[in-house]
Design a protein around this ligand. Structure first.
Ligand code: PEP
Ligand code: MN
Length: 351
């Protein structure tokens, strides 16, 4: 067995303290490997790391620092799975050089409009249609979404156009209902650390699109993915959607570096959402391209045919023509990078 954790002792740790550390480690069922340096003494713990998570090792007198050898997001890490994962979303392969092109309005609205938008984004190259039926709004007085009626509309439109659909689930009590209709369950930024919701979604037998919380570190985000993976659901796609910043120039701060950072830590596909990251139509195309150039496995963009009457997030919606233009640029950039927009499944391509 390998070293799973290293204890760095304080420079003034006494001999009795060092002996106590060793006894404590051995009493927990771990081997202790003592190494005395000129300035610091360290103790390597050998054994099953799973059993270590809850031990308050830094509270042992004489211990200065506890350094895990493996990341705490074991299943999400590259150690667990050195090759990039490919997640199947209703027949559309996401990751490993195939890009997700998720597009659609913020909220599910009336069926005719949804069908119109879906046809337009599909013609432009989108391969997954989006729309929120349960909207997590900052104000309780804002439109909250059409609920299950919205799910039905989205499913019907997806089927009519031959596109898989993604929609947000905001409440653990709704996971089963949303999973009945959706091909991909979105967990929104505000719920990234709703651990009950993550656990339920992990059991739902549908892939999960996990948005980054607006104040979440990358490790927080990967730990949330770990909640889903730990339920036996390996199909998680991460989505960078901007984080809080001091600058009101953009809705959020688009953390494009998060993409290569995650790529260096995890095998999970990671996509970008320049709509919520910037909140401004003019900034969406350049940031979408920056995300793909940085290695993203897809792009999530809100599109509406009449933003001024949109029920939610109208001011940041691209018009279908604007979407078609950026989609074409993404296609060209992807080709340059040896990637391509993932194809719709053959059985669904005709609609
Ligand atoms: C959305 O996708 O419409 C949404 C609410 O996203 P986020 O959770 O990133 O704010
Ligand atoms: Mn939105």
């Amino acid at each position: 067995m390998a070293n799973v954790l290293i204890l760095i002792l304080k420079s003034d740790a006494t001999e009795p303290q060092i002996q106590h550390v060793i006894e404590r480690v051995e009493s927990l069922g771990f081997g202790a490997h003592l190494s005395r340096g000129t300035f610091r003494t360290i103790v390597g713990l050998i054994g099953d790391e799973q059993r270590l998570q809850s031990e308050p090792l830094s509270a042992i007198p004489g211990v200065a620092e506890v350094v895990p050898v493996m990341p705490p997001y074991k299943l999400a890490s590259l150690d667990a799975h050195p090759q990039p994962s490919v997640v199947d979303v209703g027949g559309v392969p996401v990751g490993g050089g195939q890009l997700a092109m998720i597009a659609g309005p913020c909220a599910v609205e009336e069926p005719d409009r949804m069908l119109r938008i879906a046809k337009a984004v599909k013609a432009a190259g989108a391969n997954i249609f989006r729309g929120g039926a349960y909207k997590p709004r900052t104000s309780p007085y804002s439109f909250q979404g059409l609920g299950e009626e919205g799910l039905k509309i989205l499913r019907d439109v997806g089927d009519a156009c031959g596109m898989p659909i993604v929609t947000e689930v905001t409440d653990p009590r709704n996971v089963e209902t949303v999973a009945k209709y959706a091909d991909l369950l979105q967990i929104g930024a505000r719920n990234m650390q709703n651990f009950v919701l993550l656990t339920e979604a992990g059991q739902a037998n549908k892939p999960v699109l996990l948005k980054r919380g607006m104040s979440a570190t990358i490790v927080d985000w990967l730990m949330s993915a770990e909640y889903v993976l730990a339920q036996g659901n390996p199909n998680v796609i991460l989505c960078e959607r901007g984080i809080k910043s001091f600058d009101p120039s953009t809705r959020n701060l688009f953390d494009v570096a998060a993409v290569p950072v995650v790529k260096g830590l995890s095998h999970l596909p990671v996509i970008v959402d320049p709509s919520h990251a910037t909140g401004k139509p003019a900034l969406i195309p350049p940031c979408a391209l920056a995300g793909v150039a940085a290695g993203a496995d897809g792009v999530h963009i809100e599109v509406h045919d009449e933003p001024e009457v949109a029920k939610s997030d109208g001011p940041q919606a691209l018009l279908p023509d604007q979407y078609a233009e950026v989609a074409q640029q993404i296609r060209q950039l992807a080709a340059l990078l040896g990637k391509s927009i993932a194809p719709l499944p053959a059985s669904k391509a005709s609609g």
